[in-house]
Design a protein around this ligand. Sequence first.
Ligand SMILES: [Zn+2]
Ligand SMILES: [Zn+2]
Length: 198
Amino acid sequence: MGFEAPPDFATDSSSVILSSVSYVFEPASSGRSKCRGCVRPILRGELRFGERLPNPYADGEMTLWFHPLCAAYKRPEALLQVLPETDAADRDWLERAARGSLAHRRLPRIDGAERSPSGQARCRNCRQSIERGTWRIRLVFYEEARFNPAGFVHLECRQVYFETNDILDHVLHFSPNLSGEEREELRRACSTNRAGPA
Ligand SMILES: [Zn+2]
Ligand SMILES: [Zn+2]
């Protein structure tokens, strides 16, 4: 619909991707889009952020849709491209969230937290195994228009790995399935050793 590939479309995919990305910020016209950040549906009429880019896997283009806050946390530089031109009521708050995420290069990798279901995974920070039943933070890497699973870090390794202790909002935001009790537990764990390792 109105999109025309440049004549040299196939020559250099990375520069084409960079030069032909466009951004949208609009109320969702249907309830069918899914957020790439949290994998939950975006409700009809809800504000959504879209990154429109050439599809790296097929002809044509694709749009990655996000809840605005999910984009602020996981695609901060992209969201900041369009935010100044919108008049969203939450603009200042979203901008603060995006700048906060951008301030530490690994924060956009946070994909939530969970109790480790086995003792098999190793921590990406300290390389030690993550004991069954203990808290771990899920990581994703953004590559080729996808968020790919990228392992875990111990909750205790957060400060060293993320270079900040200010991760709780990100972790809770991407852990919609945790119970109130579990969220409270995480909150406590993140506040106990603020001053450094216990
Ligand atoms: Zn989302
Ligand atoms: Zn660790």
